[in-house]
Design a protein. Sequence first.
Length: 436
Amino acid sequence: MDRAPQSIVSDRDSRKRWIYVLPAAFITYSLAYLDRANYGLGAAAGLSTTLKITGSQSALLASLFFLGYFAFQVPGMAYARRHSSSRIIFVALLLWGTLAALTGVIRQFWLLALDRFFLGVAESIIFPAMLVLITHWFTRAERSRANTVLVLGNPTTVLWMSVITGYLIQAFGWQKTFIIEGVPSILWAFLWLAFMRDKPSDAPWMSAQISAAIERQLAGEQLALPRIAGLREAFARGDVLVLCILYFCWSVGVYGFVLWLPTIIRAGATIGIGRAGLLAAVPYLLAVILMLLAAHFSDRSLRRKQIVLPFLVIAGLALFASFLVAGHNFWMAYGVLILAGGAMYAPYGCFFAFISEIIPKNVLDEVLALINSSGALGAFAGAWLVGLLQARTGNSRAGFLLMSGSLIASGLLMLCLPSGSITNSHRGAAQEAKSG
């Protein structure tokens, strides 16, 4: 098995990165995901009835977020490259916290549609900017685990949000719940600005010697990658196009699942919103466990494709099984939904570590933004189509079939990608740079 040099990562001062950087990134992404995903519980709690909008309009509201999220990622990352990722995240925190709280205040459909769109714009920079920050702080042998801690903000947030938000809605109504859950992002913005830095050499809590060693090792790892002259060449690469299509399909499955799972559960089991939230939380508990296990084995072996592909195919097959039994046996359908939810989240950290191993640093920021934009477009399609199918057919079976096919397709597309492993000659160059 390939293993990266461990001299730096074993240093006590170096381990401060795991204490300072990753918890801050986790909290920030968790807050972003809270303000994104609580719409599903609001919809299940009667948002359409309160605002007197149709099921199709409710599906459009859920998906407009992702249209705004799609449109501004690449220009946002270009701006962050020229300036500071940590500072643009500070501004985004203030904006999305305000817009998320306004979701509970606005009463007109068209204003709410604009609010959801601009909420997506405000959040669009967060995930790619966080992934880029991780490439500035963590080496190749650490990156899958570091990415996983970041992405754990997704299922972990949905896990506790599904429990707490359901009971907040019971106690205060869905509108006040949106306001309550928007305020923490505004407060956290100032803590983020106080201690987050763009790279080790900027951080006062890192020694100059260890900071220089980490940045030297990261620079050495870049020698293992083929050169790409600029963005035009990068965006036209076959592997980048495959990654965009793959992540589009993956996101159709994930966000159709996230946004409409509470509604699907409540309709299938005929239970209250509080219990629906509890049942909706269980798949994300499995997701947290599987993400940690996948990241551990991915960083030990440095094999990414062999981990990503089977999890996505298993998730798709589980959703297909749910399609077959939905309407006949709710609890059997719910059991395979748990498996599907865990499997579709498990390989996120491995996937983004894989991208940083085949794309060089000079274009990585914008390529990550492009791939994530494609995922946002897939999320728009998944949120809208699954909601629309639910509204038109009166059941969840067609939505399961859509999500199933999308996830299986995303897994099989991994077969079209290179291994991402570093060759011996490139590894020698990287080691020479590290020791120089």
